[in-house]
Design a binder for this molecule. Structure first.
Ligand SMILES: [Zn+2]
Length: 67
């Protein structure tokens, strides 16, 4: 009876870990690879992070940094 409980707990743990891993992968993809047709804005902001907006067709910057 105890063995069955342990196996059950193990399966639940693996399922939880797998779900968590898939979730973090999804989040990573979202930050690294936005659905920008022309890629991300090249502007590095004052806080050191790259602008998260999409670049425009005619520029490597977004609408707010291309001016
Ligand atoms: Zn920008």
């Amino acid at each position: 009876m105890k063995k069955i409980f342990l196996i059950g707990a193990l399966i639940i743990s693996i399922t939880a870990i797998t779900a968590f891993t898939q979730k973090s992968n999804k989040n990573n993809n979202l930050t690294d690879n936005l659905d920008c047709q022309y890629g991300r804005c090249s502007k590095i902001k004052d806080n050191g992070y790259q602008c998260k907006n999409c670049a425009q067709e005619s520029s490597s910057y977004c609408w707010s940094h291309s001016k």
